[in-house]
Write a protein that binds this ligand. Sequence first.
Ligand code: ZN
Length: 282
Amino acid sequence: MTPKNANESTAGNCETEIAAAPAPLPAGMANRNCGVPKVACRLCLIDSQLAQSHIIPEFIYSRMYDKNHHYLELFDVNAGKIRLGQKGFRERLLCPRCESNLNRYERHSRRLFVDDLPQRESPKSRRICVENLDYRLFKLFLLSVLWRASISSLPMFEHVKLGPHEEKIRVILQSENPGAPHNYPCLVFPLLFNGKHFKDYMPAPTSAKKEGHRCYRLVFGGFVFMIFVSSHRLPSKFEKFLLTEKKPLFLYLTELSEFPFLRDLWNRAKDSTRDVVTSFGD
Ligand SMILES: [Zn+2]
């Protein structure tokens, strides 16, 4: 991926940005919450007038929208109900300063979602090479999305319940240190549908047990993210998909039909909400 904006693309710049804490509040943010009662910020725990926080970053939605400003949102994974989504999910969870801090991870990770996918290494290869993605910042971004989904009271995120790991991940986010790759291991897959990058699909996050490990599956912005919430070592078959400090990062293009959970969700949705699925993009 080619950096288009030096402020948001290179690990070096972001490291500098992280070191320069506390981050300034975005212009106008201090006045936006007038009249909102003070309650404890879910991240720093300090009483504050909380901002409306996106659970999934806003730029994900702007990239997903079709020409009618819609995307496919599978909001009920059990019944397989799809609707055309139009705007992101927001909730008052964080103080403006914590919101601004998490935005730094979003700004760093944004290019992965906004730019076209890099070319395959060869026509028959599934592997693509992603440059300029910093392990620490990108992993903190993924953990922050998972954590926000867990503390959210919105029905879309009802299947994300981190239990005691909610507090452990809060501490990780506050310390700005995600630890080693096997600490809450994250797997990243670019999602294809019939060979094309499939960005316009967002099922509600779900979880499953994989070889004794609790794994949360988040699908947004054209990627499937699997985050293991377990203190046991990741099964070896997942190793090559693991997000690590190694650069560049190699990702493996994967068709929707290769994910059994996504294939089941898609088929269920096609049966129950066929009119929405077939009219999408018209
Ligand atoms: Zn805070």
